[in-house]
Ligand binder design. Structure first.
Ligand SMILES: Cc1ncc(COP(=O)(O)O)c(C=O)c1O
Length: 398
């Protein structure tokens, strides 16, 4: 008999992939799908990255490389962050990873003991909750509230949730799924709490460079924070490299050394030759990156205009990430849809439009009364985006 280990019962998943599978099954029956569900990007990876990787393959960079990554890329990432964050990292503060996601589990493995409490965003990227529970920690969610121009991190709920057992704080600024960004005051307040309560922060910066207006600010830049922050650095979004699998953990050497030791145990090293591609991407011309942002901005504006015009739906227009997070409470009530699955499936089967909902971003909290969906506009071209969302609008007419 096969007995799956008990710990697996505590392992969650990224249910956006299940929505993907449902959309694919609907497409296999001959239906046109408008994919708004996954945060994947259908824009080409910059030519510099592709060229650099090919060159490395031709030069035979196809064997193992050091477990923390090639030194050149570690240096480039440290320099990139020092430029944008005003930090003082060297290559020794960087451990290359196969994507940004592995940083989450490794951060927790390195720093969390069973029973430790970890504050994390909910709604939020579902892997935080999954990995905290899987590794025996206690997940303590904090929320986002509706602000003037966008959602805002709920600093009061953070303050109330800190206890003697809180050890770690996960911050995802700029935020998936709401697109929210912290104000300077909010970041200062979170830094103050982290310092006063001796918390180590995971700063998930997967979307740090996906911004159309203004400037991103990292909590690691604030006084006293560099030494208590681990940055999740990812190439998936900024260089449209989601399928290449490349990222890094950046932080105090003492923690990064442990993460590198975990690398040896999990994957030996990250794919060797794509690391040279990323070096070219960081050092070469930035036309490809500008192209990604221009395309995404055009999509954001078009998507927001249509969604916002639907009766019973309210939608902010975030300046960062590639998500919209509309409040569909009124529209659902008017159409008689009582739950998320009914809404999602009815929309998919009647229009081909596929999206995730609030329930794909962490457990729904007691007292939550409003309904939200997440529209990812990164994986669909402009014409299809307009066509799909117009069908959605027509379907939602009351
Ligand atoms: C908030 C957040 N963190 C981390 C990741 C993981 O990124 P990667 O694809 O680089 O593993 C994602 C991916 O969607 C994300 O949304």
């Amino acid at each position: 008999m096969i007995h799956i280990a008990d710990r697996i019962s505590r392992l969650g998943t990224e249910t956006a992939f299940a929505v993907s599978a449902e959309a694919a099954a609907w497409a296999a029956k001959g239906n046109k799908i408008y994919p708004f569900h996954l945060g994947d990007i259908n824009i080409p990876t910059p030519a510099t990255v592709i060229y650099g990787s090919f060159k490395a393959i031709k030069e035979g960079k196809t064997g193992y490389c050091p477990t923390a990554g090639i030194q050149k890329l570690r240096e480039m990432i440290a320099a990139d962050l020092n430029g944008s964050h005003g930090t003082s990292y060297t290559f020794e503060n960087v451990a290359i990873q196969p994507g940004g996601k592995p940083v989450i589990g490794k951060f927790l493995l390195a720093l969390m003991n069973p029973g430790d409490e970890v504050l994390y965003p909910n709604p939020g990227y579902p892997i935080y909750e999954s990995q905290i529970e899987f590794n025996g920690g206690v997940p303590v969610p904090y929320g986002y509230i509706e602000g003037k121009k966008n959602f805002a991190i709920d600093v009061d709920s953070i303050k109330k949730s800190i206890s003697k057992r809180t050890r770690l704080f996960i911050l995802n600024d700029l935020h998936n799924p709401t697109g929210a960004e912290c104000s300077q005051e909010e970041l200062n307040e979170i830094a103050r709490l982290a310092i006063n309560h001796d918390l180590i922060v995971l700063s998930d910066e997967a979307y740090f460079d996906i911004r159309y207006k203004g400037k991103s600010c990292s909590i690691a830049s604030l006084p006293g924070m560099e030494k208590r922050t681990v940055i999740l650095y990812a190439f998936s979004k900024k260089f449209a490299m989601a399928g290449w699998r490349l990222g890094a953990a950046v932080g105090p050497k003492k923690i990064v050394d442990v993460i590198a030791k975990l690398n040896v145990n999990f994957e030996s090293c990250t794919n060797h030759f794509i690391q040279y591609g990323a070096v070219e991407g960081l050092t070469g011309n930035q036309e490809g990156v500008k192209n990604i942002l221009n395309i995404l901005k055009e999509r954001r504006d078009a998507a927001h205009e249509i969604i916002q015009s639907i009766e019973g739906i309210r939608c902010y227009r975030p300046n960062a990430t590639f998500y919209l997070y509309p409040d569909v409470t009124e529209a659902m009530r008017a159409k008689g849809f009582k739950d998320y699955d009914t809404l999602r499936k009815e929309v998919l089967h009647n229009t081909g439009v596929s999206f995730c909902t609030r329930q794909h971003f962490g457990k729904i909290m007691p007292g939550e009364k409003k309904f939200y969906i997440r529209i990812a506009y990164s994986g669909i071209n402009l014409n299809d985006l307009k066509e799909g969302l117009t069908k959605f609008k027509e379907f939602m007419i009351i």
